[in-house]
Design a protein around this ligand. Structure first.
Ligand code: ATP
Ligand code: MN
Length: 463
């Protein structure tokens, strides 16, 4: 007999009255000596299927190993259910136990566990309702991202994870080497000699695929990347991971305004797709963790993002009279508290800030005529702060070179990047969306460690 996926049971009423087979993990077993009930989940949906056991056909001895976590195969007739909260249930005829889960040892018992506890059991937490829901939503969002770009003719470009450029500038990097750390070859100057290293020079894990993304965009027109990025910053916040996934579209012949439109359309599309295709999981998460979740998602979908300049934003913050932990003045890098004040207190809408001081932004951003600001854009979201960072890129070789010199950026290995400006340069723009920040927003979770299956953070690379 072919196995039926539990999710399909609930969407195929014609299965009622038929013999079916399901496989999954026991969530609970309860009952008495006449009738018992097993709630079985196979990970395909937040919903469990109820298995009803007529105890004239089964013995207590036989069911004893069916405790929370035990894996089973169940055959029986699918019937309409009398019990409240479920549409159908299986009248068990035959049960096979694949694996038991000793109640004294299995870490996930019936009682709800805290998210902190579950982080220490990250190898098993996908079996909980919460992480099942989060990981399904995450998967739906990943699919939505590919769908969005594919429908618009973007080319999915795979940029390298190992890079030799140490000027990406987005954050501290993890070194990649095959040298023997206990016996490092040294040059005459006493410094490590990398000529014998795997790549013959120092390399690191990428902090962003943007620079190579620009190579793709200035050939293919519009590209996007969607892959892991690594940042070796010691930031222990609920919004930073050491390994996270980033989506980076890069588009030729697009200016900063088109870039803002793209960013807004993109996040709205993803949120809308998740609401449509992961509704049950989102509603379950809302019920458990965040009653306003669905209305917040719908609000973002149905409202234009507010667009204003950094200068205007700083003025609002200065005049707010609000006491911030970090001082606010023109030239300051905005902290999460500033971003959230603008979004949550002042505008009560997502905000796109543009025209940042060039000193606090990367070298490749297009310089404005005022000589002080660049065509950067950050998209700021309620509860999250920055969800997207992007810009129009400086396409003029002389201006770009001048900025590189001013900042003293080591460009010796970057000749290839400057070739985009040397040969057939074009106006172009792009941005980076931190995938986990989007998943945070859509699931209503509050700690980024809870929206990636196996988080990497300073001091933590277990599992
Ligand atoms: P932040 O100011 O929040 O540290 P950033 O300005 O360093 O972010 P960018 O270099 O602009 O970030 O990266 C683009 C996007 O990647 C950000 O808008 C954010 O959504 C996401 N992001 C950046 N750093 C992290 C991180 N450590 N963990 C998870 N997501 C991140
Ligand atoms: Mn940024």
């Amino acid at each position: 007999m072919e196995r039926t996926i539990i999710k399909d049971i609930f969407s195929h009423p014609e299965l009622i009255g038929r013999e079916i087979e399901v496989k999954g993990w026991t969530r609970t077993r309860r009952g008495n000596k006449y009738v018992q009930f097993i709630a079985l989940n196979d990970g395909s949906t937040i919903r469990n299927i109820q298995v009803v056991l007529d105890m004239t056909r089964f013995t207590e001895e036989q069911l004893k190993p069916v405790t929370t976590g035990a894996s089973l195969r169940v055959r029986g007739k699918l019937v309409e259910s009398m019990g409240k909260g479920q549409t159908c249930e299986i009248q068990a005829e035959d049960i096979e136990i694949y694996g038991t889960a000793d109640p004294d040892a299995y870490p996930l018992q019936k009682k709800g566990h805290t998210l902190e506890y579950l982080r220490e059991k990250a190898h098993l937490r996908p079996r909980t309702n919460t992480f099942g829901a989060v990981l399904r939503v995450r998967s739906t969002l990943a699919f939505a991202i590919h769908k969005f770009f594919n429908e618009r003719g973007f080319i999915y470009l795979h940029t390298p994870l190992i890079t030799a450029s140490d000027c990406e500038g987005a954050g501290a990097m993890f070194q990649v080497t095959t040298l023997d750390m206990n016996n490092l070859p040294k040059g005459e100057d006493g410094r490590v000699d990398y000529s014998g290293d795997f790549f013959g020079k120092p390399t690191a894990l990428t902090v962003s695929g943007q620079l190579e993304g620009e190579l793709g965009a200035t050939a293919l027109g519009a590209i996007y990347t969607f892959g892991p990025t690594f940042r070796a910053e010691n930031s222990n916040t609920p919004r930073h991971l050491s390994e996270f996934w980033m989506i980076e579209p890069e588009v030729s012949f697009l200016d900063i305004n088109g870039n803002m439109d793209l960013a807004e359309d993109f996040v709205k599309y993803c949120i809308g797709y998740a609401l449509e295709n992961s509704r049950e999981d989102i509603e379950w998460l809302a019920e458990m963790y965040d009653k306003d979740l669905v209305s917040r998602l719908e609000f973002v979908l149905n409202n234009d993002f507010v667009r204003l300049t950094y200068t205007e934003g700083v003025k609002i913050l200065e005049e707010s009279g609000h006491k911030f932990d970090f001082p606010i003045y023109w030239g300051a890098d905005l902290q999460s508290e500033h971003e959230r004040y603008l979004v949550e207190q002042h505008f009560k809408k997502p905000v796109i800030l543009t025209g940042y001081p060039k000193e606090i932004k990367a070298f490749y951003m297009k310089q404005n005529e005022d000589g002080r600001t660049v065509r950067a854009m950050d998209v700021l979201f309620p509860k999250i702060g920055e969800i997207i960072g992007g810009s129009e890129r400086e396409e003029n070789l002389d201006k770009l070179q001048q900025r590189i010199d001013e900042l003293g950026i080591p460009m010796k290995d970057m000749w290839w990047y400057l070739d985009t400006r040397r040969f057939g340069t074009v106006p172009h723009s792009g941005f980076g969306l931190g995938f986990e920040r989007l998943v945070l927003f859509v699931t209503g979770m509050t700690n980024i460690r809870d929206v990636i299956p196996f988080p990497r953070t300073p001091g933590n690379a277990e599992f």
